[in-house]
Design a binder for this molecule. Structure first.
Ligand code: SAM
Length: 192
């Protein structure tokens, strides 16, 4: 297959944006797959901040890092991504969100439009010029369509001079397949 799958594409964007020594954010740690992926990219001189509201997700992410002997490269926080500014103060090279619920867990604990948008606003301030935020938008679950629409409204309204916004999506797949929205900061946002 020549066209990259959605998750492959998300990872290739992050690989391009994040160098060794950089700061990266996993806004929805879940089972820790993306946290581990980011920890590999930042190297021993960089750092990953990973957020999740569920203890189960934090534990799974910590275990995955420990299994790969990369726990020293990440701080896994049991807190919402809307509170990123409490923990991250240095410029961020790349961030990822997987919207929706934790696979194999409580389907009622989902990401929500208001907190996702608050986190995006914070990350857009923290992001380096040239930095990337990737959202993998799952929208087939209860509440998913509302979050998809609010997030799309928000990102579509961002000023083109400061942020380039892209949507990457397969148009003929069945059952609400996830799609990628990527934001690249091209100019400082200025103070709010
Ligand atoms: N990236 C994950 C992986 O590799 O397994 C999957 C993430 S899953 C689709 C979405 C996660 O977002 C869930 O684990 C859920 O607990 C978490 N979540 C929900 N609201 C959140 C919030 N406000 N801040 C951070 N995480 C949140």
């Amino acid at each position: 297959m020549k066209l990259q799958r959605v998750l492959q594409y998300a990872q290739s964007l992050l690989t391009d944006a994040i160098q060794e020594g950089d700061i990266a954010v996993d806004a929805t740690a879940g089972n820790g797959h993306d946290t581990l992926f980011l920890a590999n990219l930042v190297g021993d001189d960089g750092y990953v901040y990973a957020f999740d509201v569920q203890k189960e997700a934090v534990d799974a992410t910590l275990h995955r890092l420990l299994d790969n002997a990369l726990e020293h490269r990440a701080l896994v926080l049991k807190d919402g991504h809307e509170n990123i500014a409490k923990y991250v103060t240095k410029p961020v090279a790349g961030a990822i969100f997987n919207l929706g619920y934790l696979p194999g867990s409580d389907h009622s604990i989902i990401t929500k439009p208001n907190t996702t948008i608050t986190a995006l606003e914070t990350l857009l301030q923290l992001l380096k010029v040239g930095g990337i935020i990737v959202l993998v938008i799952y929208h087939g679950h209860d509440g998913g369509a509302e979050e998809r629409d609010e997030v799309l409204r928000f990102v579509s309204s961002l000023p083109q001079k400061h942020v380039h916004v892209l949507r990457y999506e397969f148009l003929n797949q069945q059952n609400s397949p996830p799609f990628v929205v990527a934001l690249e900061k091209v100019k400082e946002m200025g103070n709010k």
